[in-house]
Design a binder for this molecule. Structure first.
Ligand code: ATP
Ligand code: MG
Length: 520
């Protein structure tokens, strides 16, 4: 199955005009140091030293190496555009490796990189990959959604992810049935949803809120709604601290906030000791008034009147807070997480949500790596310009797991024919019967001769055990040679059929061939 996934990916990459090559997984540090990613990857990169104490890593992704290869080999602008790819093992020291092949520390990726002379070229190369990805995931038999993805961290201009819908997926997909908009949760733009606000500005008041550290505790003790509060959360952004404010019933979108702040590392919640230091209060009482770190407020907070915030004093909150009069956020922006029922940013329809497994990612990189490593070309008039890049990944091993997550029933896997380990299985019901074994062997040989990849289950097991195993490993079609072979009859069953059909043994081979060909 793995080899079949690889082959489908390869065929579609080749068809799209990409050229295959293969790099090593053990890589010298220099190219990653030049791009800055030796540091940026942090603990997710497996680093090691050779006997001469030189730094190496196990490649987590190969933008730098492909860029270097083009620098070393391409001389003329006439050789562009060009897309190169490989199908190769990647290594990432993931914080939470899990679900087997879905998130491993060693996995197989198809990574492609496009090199173009201008933006228009990049758009065309990107479109070719977009089309190829559609063909690949369709051939793999996956039900997928294409979503707009966050491109902030990698500094590109556009990015989309291919998501396989599944409850075990780690990514949230926000989508709109009305206009077809779909985005990764991290990326989905939020339209502020106003809630009823009191008229006028009431006088600021400090209130005692003993032991109310969370919004839930506050809502209970003050008898108000969560949307009457604004949460203030303190984050570590690289080496400084910032405060983020969202309405009490909302969550901070740390990816949006990170892009807004422009920091390198992922945001981290500030340590309790730091929070105490910054707010002069126990954790749970942070607020914007009198805080001397930058305050980023969500657009919805900016719409609130007479709301409640922490008072930077243990067991105290401020009531009737108003922006402009009581404090001014340094930045007002969309920094919250989308929720089901939000308004669609494209058409105003209703946002729904679903979990997905990211199987592919296409990305307009721009000049990030060509600038960092110096990939330039001389144009026709002899002017030096920078090559524009895109990168395109598919989790080859993850695709296998995604297919199984999406295509199974209580009895096991239901492989699509295109990536099933074998197309057909022939089972003699009673392995002690010479007649059954002989006919099973005949059908098995005839199917293989016809190019149908066939298994013969000639183990000395009971028929029931063999049927269960055939279902479990998901072979698309099964022929059982049983007692009725004396009358020239065998059983035919597709994996998705409720019950087997009796057919003439002489027709079995033809019937399997036409089923496989129709579903290839
Ligand atoms: P994720 O958000 O799931 O960590 P990513 O954004 O880090 O993915 P990319 O760097 O874009 O992933 O890698 C390209 C593809 O490789 C992904 O779309 C995914 O299918 C696959 N992939 C990434 N990390 C892993 C992993 N640890 N195990 C298996 N497949 C992976
Ligand atoms: Mg990742």
């Amino acid at each position: 199955s793995l080899k079949k996934v690889e082959q489908i990916v390869r065929e579609e990459m080749d068809k799209a005009g990409a050229q295959e090559l293969l790099m090593s997984a053990l890589l010298p540090a220099e190219a990653y140091q030049a791009s800055g990613r030796w540091e940026v990857f942090g603990p997710s990169m497996f680093k090691l030293k050779d006997r001469n104490d030189r730094d190496f890593c196990l490649g987590p992704t190969h933008e730098e190496l492909f860029t270097q290869t083009v620098i070393d080999n391409v001389r003329s602008y006439k050789e562009y555009p060009m897309t190169l790819y490989q199908i190769q093992t990647k290594y990432r020291d993931e914080g939470r490796p899990r679900f087997g092949l879905i998130r491993g520390r060693e996995f197989i990726m198809k990574d492609a990189y496009s090199f173009d002379l201008d933006e228009k070229g990049l758009d065309e190369s990107y479109k070719k990959m977009y089309d190829a990805y559609n063909r690949i995931f369709t051939r793999l038999g996956l039900d997928f959604t294409i979503v707009d993805a966050d491109s902030g961290a990698m500094g590109g201009s556009g990015s989309q992810e291919f998501m396989v819908k599944s409850p075990v997926g780690e990514d949230g997909i926000a989508y709109c049935d009305e206009c077809g908009y779909a985005a990764n949760y991290e990326k989905c733009e939020c339209i502020p949803q106003p809630v009823e606000q009191p008229e006028g500005e009431a006088a600021l008041e400090k209130i005692e809120t003993p032991n109310a550290h969370t919004i839930e505790e506050l809502v209970n003790s003050l008898g108000m709604e969560a949307y009457n509060f604004a949460k203030t959360i303190i984050y570590k952004a690289d080496d400084k601290y910032i405060a983020a404010m969202v309405r009490g019933d909302r969550d901070v979108n740390e990816v949006k906030l990170k892009n807004l702040v422009g920091c390198t590392d992922d945001l981290e919640l500030a340590e309790p000791a730091v929070v105490r230091d910054i707010t002069h209060a126990q954790v749970g009482f942070a607020g914007p008034i009198g805080l001397d770190i930058p305050v980023y407020a969500d657009k919805e907070v900016a719409m609130m009147k007479n709301f409640i915030v922490g008072a930077n004093e243990t067991d105290m909150h401020y009531k009737n807070v108003n922006i402009g009069r009581d404090f001014n956020p340094d930045t007002i922006a969309d920094i919250r997480v989308v929720v089901t029922g939000d308004k669609c940013p494209k058409c105003g329809g209703t946002i729904k949500s679903e979990q997905g497994i990211e199987v592919g990612h296409i990305f307009k990189l721009g000049t990030k790596y060509s600038d960092a490593l110096g990939l330039k070309y001389l144009d026709e008039s002899g002017k030096q310009k920078t090559v524009i890049m895109g990168c395109y990944g598919i989790g080859v091993t993850r695709c296998l797991a995604a297919a199984v997550e999406q295509l199974h029933d209580d009895n096991g896997i239901i492989w699509p024919v295109s990536i099933a380990p074998y197309h057909a299985i022939v089972v003699p019901a009673n392995y002690k019967s010479e007649e059954q074994m002989a006919e099973a062997e005949r059908i098995y040989a005839a199917l293989n001769d016809a190019g149908i990849e066939t298994l013969l289950d000639d183990r000395s097991e009971r028929a029931g055990v063999k049927f269960k195993d055939a279902d479990l490993i998901g072979i698309p079609v099964r022929i059982v040679v049983g007692k009725k072979i004396g009358d020239g009859i065998v059983e035919y069953k597709e994996r998705t059929m409720e019950k087997a059909e009796e057919i003439a043994a002489d027709d079995a081979v033809e019937k399997v061939i036409s089923f496989i060909e129709a579903n290839m």
